[in-house]
Write a protein that binds this ligand. Structure first.
Ligand code: PBG
Length: 337
C-alpha cells in the first residue's frame, strides 16, 4: 500500500534536486586522452576513420595537451605512428634509445610535470606484421620472448619519465616480469596499468588505421580474449593483480559493462576502461549524418562506463567533452557542422 504513496518524480522536479540525488558524476579528472604522435614539425594530420582525432607532431602534441590540462585533464596516453619502411618483424624501433615515444615523454614531463603520462607497452606499432609481439616458427606470437622485450620496453619508458606503463599485449606473466624489471632498476614508483581483460574486438579498426598497424595476416584471437567470456576476464584480472598491477583495464568499454561491473565486485584496485576507436567512430559517423549529437551521446556513454564501476576512462571523445563542440570545427572531415 505504501508504495502507492511513493512518487519518485519528486526527486526529479528541479535541476537542483536532480543534482543532489545524482549517483554518478563524470568529470575531466576521470578521463584519459589518447594521442597519436608522429615525426616532424607542425603536423596535424586528420585520420579518415577517426573524425576529430589527429596524428600530431610533438610540437602540436604539446599545444594540444597543454590546452586539455588547463581544462582539467590529468592524464594522457601516447601511441606512436611509425613509418612503415621502419617496421620489421621484431619491432626493433621500439628499442631505439631516442624513439618517438621517449622524446614525447621527456618533452611532456619537462613542460607539464604534474600531468600523468601513460604509454602502451606492446610491439604492434613497430612490427611489420602488426602483431603485438614476436612470432615463433608457426607465426604464433611467442609468449616468453615477447615478455622479455616488453620488460625492456617498459624500462626505456620508465627511464624517460612515464608515470604508468600500460601493457596492452595480453601475454601471460608480463605484469610480474615488468614489475620485477622495474623494481630491479630502481623504478619501483612507476605503476602498471594492465590491460587485464582485453577482448579480440571488431572495434579496433580505426586505431589500426591511425597507426598503420593493420594485421598482415591472422587475427589476435590467440592472445586477446573471446568476447563470449566473462569469467575468464575475472581470472585474467586476478592474475594481473597478483602479479603486481596497480590498475586493471577492461577494453572495449560499452559492450563490456557487465565485465566492468563484475570486476568492480571482485577487486579493490581501481578499474580503467578503454572506450575504443570503433566506439568513438560509430557515434561520429552518426553525427556526420546528422543522426545524433555526438557530445551528448559521449557524455551518456562515458557516464554509464563510470556507473558500471570504472574510475578511469580512456576516450577519444575527451577533447569534445571538456573543450566543447568548437574543437570539432577545426576538422576538415566535419565541415558539415
Ligand atoms: C595495441 C593496442 C590496440 C589498442 C590499444 N592498444 C589495438 C589492438 O590491440 O589491435 C586499441 C585502441 C582503440 O581501438 O582505440 N596493443
Amino acid at each position: 500500500m505504501l508504495s502507492l504513496l511513493k512518487r519518485p518524480r519528486r526527486n526529479r522536479k528541479t535541476a537542483a534536486i536532480r543534482s543532489l540525488v545524482r549517483e554518478t558524476t563524470l568529470t575531466a579528472e576521470d578521463l584519459v586522452a589518447p594521442f597519436f604522435i608522429q615525426e616532424g614539425e607542425g603536423k596535424r594530420d586528420a585520420i579518415a576513420t577517426l573524425p576529430g582525432v589527429y596524428r600530431l607532431s610533438l610540437d602540436e602534441l604539446l599545444k594540444e595537451v597543454t590546452q586539455l590540462h588547463l581544462a582539467g585533464i590529468q592524464a594522457v596516453a601516447i601511441f606512436p605512428v611509425i613509418d612503415s619502411s621502419l617496421k620489421d618483424p621484431e619491432g626493433s624501433l621500439a628499442f631505439d634509445a631516442n624513439g618517438l615515444v621517449l622524446r614525447a615523454v621527456r618533452l611532456l614531463k619537462k613542460e607539464l610535470p604534474d600531468l600523468c603520462l601513460i604509454t602502451d607497452i606492446a610491439l604492434d606499432p613497430y612490427t611489420s606484421h602488426g602483431h603485438d609481439g614476436v612470432l615463433d616458427a608457426y607465426f604464433n606470437v611467442a609468449n616468453d620472448p615477447t615478455v622479455d622485450r616488453l620488460v625492456e620496453m617498459a624500462l626505456l619508458h620508465a627511464e624517460a619519465g612515464v608515470d604508468l606503463v600500460a601493457p596492452s599485449d595480453m601475454m601471460d606473466g608480463r605484469v610480474f616480469a615488468i614489475r620485477k624489471g622495474l623494481d630491479k632498476s630502481g623504478f619501483s614508483d612507476v605503476g602498471i596499468l594492465s590491460y587485464a581483460a582485453k577482448y579480440a574486438s571488431s572495434l579496433y579498426g580505426p586505431f589500426r588505421d591511425a597507426l598503420g598497424s593493420s594485421l598482415q595476416y591472422g587475427d589476435k584471437k590467440r592472445y586477446q580474449m573471446d568476447p563470449a567470456n566473462v569469467r575468464e576476464a575475472l581470472l585474467e584480472a586476478r592474475l594481473d593483480e597478483e602479479e603486481g598491477a596497480d590498475l586493471l583495464m577492461v577494453k572495449p568499454a560499452l559492450f563490456y559493462l557487465d565485465v566492468i561491473a563484475r570486476l568492480h565486485a571482485q577487486t579493490h584496485l581501481p578499474i580503467a576502461a578503454y572506450h575504443v576507436s570503433g566506439e568513438y567512430a560509430m557515434v561520429m559517423a552518426a553525427e556526420q549524418l546528422g543522426m545524433l549529437r555526438a557530445r551528448d551521446v559521449f557524455y551518456e556513454a562515458l557516464l554509464s562506463v563510470k556507473r558500471a564501476g570504472a574510475s578511469v576512462i580512456f576516450s577519444y571523445a575527451t577533447p569534445l567533452l571538456v573543450l566543447g563542440s568548437d574543437c570539432l570545427r577545426r576538422d576538415p572531415l566535419l565541415t558539415k557542422r
